[in-house]
Design a protein around this ligand. Structure first.
Ligand SMILES: Nc1nc2c(ncn2[C@@H]2O[C@H](COP(=O)(O)OP(=O)(O)OP(=O)(O)O)[C@@H](O)[C@H]2O)c(=O)[nH]1
Ligand SMILES: [Mg+2]
Length: 417
């Protein structure tokens, strides 16, 4: 990832947080630190203020603002990052008051995504999210706002095109949406073809940094970049995996989850996320060595629900057990397993569990059943999914999805029409 800078090049960052009691603020600040670090910033200080709500003008209250201003001056802060979403007016107010660049959590995450997007689609998705962000913030932006100069929050494919021209941005958003729609259509076709070919898919999902790419690599030698960084993976990678019972499935690595993931990112990355949840089985990975493990599992489940995947078969995988002293305390139920993707411990048990949870492979068939084969037609209605059925001169034409193990019954009647 091109976010790693030499220490003397790292921007000096101040974090501002307002604790409204809405969520666990300590955890949020820790996460903001990790995000800042991933983006290449050095956190020099954190100012937290307890308030019932953020200040509509200056984000934090005036007393804390004075403290922040002094800190920025004394510590030569380059960049202030607010844990939340800033309005354009707040952003301008803080920029004037603190004399540093000021961004919010959404722009920080967008920046990490911009640096990490490798594929054409990933880049389009990031640009769409950036454009939508700037579109909604354009009205309040003044002359002084400029993305020139570089640094965290300024990277990405949209960089040179962010004129403060709503019409232009609107047009660009339309074009990006159209391009992404075309890609999405192609992707759906590919997915359908995979299904038709009888491939079953398991997707590795879970919080960012849980070890998803490491698991894919260990199981399939995929060679996907795995790093101690947030959002190291942005593009789904699929690899074939042979199960102990001889079946072959597709295993997909996916983009990680995060609590309070900005909605415009979920929207922009929806097709990528859907790729994950359209799988037949989900491996919900978590980092067992992380004290927030259970909370992060909950966040992941919430996101899966948002994406409409809560009813898929899910195996909960407690990873990094090699460095989790309390891993044995983790609740393991019928559909969960403890592993270490790094050392390979527990992978046998995981594969067994995948076998157990994998639906039997199916195939699409088209048959012409002579009218005397009523028993076979009845069998299809009872045991398969009949998609169409028409009565013709030469017999009943049926298109259906059947278990591969029952295909032999229909071989004499298969048709290519
Ligand atoms: N000790 C230990 N470290 C692990 C294990 N699995 C992964 N890691 C480390 O955890 C870090 C994150 O691993 P990744 O595989 O990149 O995590 P990811 O879930 O793909 O993360 P994103 O793509 O950023 O969402 C890396 O430094 C890995 O080496 C494990 O079982 N044990
Ligand atoms: Mg990854």
């Amino acid at each position: 990832m091109d976010t790693i800078r030499k220490d003397d090049e790292r921007e000096r960052v101040l974090l501002l947080s307002v604790d409204t009691g809405e969520y666990d603020n300590d955890r949020a600040v820790e996460e903001l630190k990790a995000l800042t670090d991933t983006a290449g910033g050095e956190v020099e200080g954190v100012i937290v203020q307890k308030l019932p709500a953020v200040n509509p003008v200056s984000f934090i209250g005036s007393g804390k603002l004075a403290e922040a201003e002094l800190f920025c001056r004394n510590q030569q802060i380059d960049l202030t990052i607010c844990d939340g979403t800033l309005t354009a007016a707040q952003q301008r107010y803080l920029t004037d008051a603190l004399k540093t660049r000021v961004i919010d959590r959404t722009v920080l995450i967008l920046d990490i995504f911009a640096a990490g997007a490798k594929t054409y689609e990933g880049k389009l998705q990031v640009e769409l999210a950036q454009m939508q962000y700037f579109y909604s913030n354009l009205t309040g932006l003044g002359e002084g706002y400029s993305r020139l100069g570089g640094g965290i929050g300024t990277r990405g494919p949209g960089e040179s095109k962010l004129e403060t021209d709503r019409r232009h941005v609107r047009r660009r958003i339309g074009a990006l949406e159209a391009q992404l729609k075309a890609i999405d259509k192609r992707r759906t076709l590919q997915r359908d073809r995979r299904k038709k070919d009888g491939f079953v898919t398991a997707a590795i999902v879970g919080y960012t940094n849980a070890g998803k790419s490491t698991l894919l690599n260990t199981l399939t030698d995929a060679g996907v970049l795995a790093e101690d960084k947030l959002f190291a993976t942005l593009d789904p990678t699929a690899r074939a995996l042979k199960l102990p019972d001889g079946r072959e499935i597709m295993l997909v690595d996916t983009v990680g989850f995060l609590s309070r993931l900005p909605h415009l990112l979920i929207d922009a990355f929806r097709s990528t996320l859907e790729e994950a949840v359209s799988a037949d089985l989900l491996l919900l990975l978590c980092d067992a060595s992380d004290p927030e493990c259970e909370e992060k599992l909950e966040t992941s489940m919430e996101l899966l629900k948002d994406l409409g995947a809560q009813n898929k078969p899910i195996i909960t995988v407690y990873n990094k057990c090699d460095i989790a002293p309390n891993a044995y305390l983790m609740p393991v139920s019928r559909n969960s397993v403890r592993i270490s993707a790094a050392t390979g411990v527990g992978l046998g048990a995981l594969l067994e569990l995948i076998c157990k949870n994998m639906p039997e492979q199916t195939a699409e068939i088209r048959v012409i059943l002579p009218y005397k084969e009523t028993a076979l037609a009845a069998w299809l209605h009872e045991n398969a999914r009949v998609k169409s059925e028409t009565y013709e001169e030469d017999g009943v034409h049926i298109a259906a999805t059947v278990k591969k193990s029952a295909m032999y019954k229909f071989v004499p009647f298969l048709t290519r029409e």
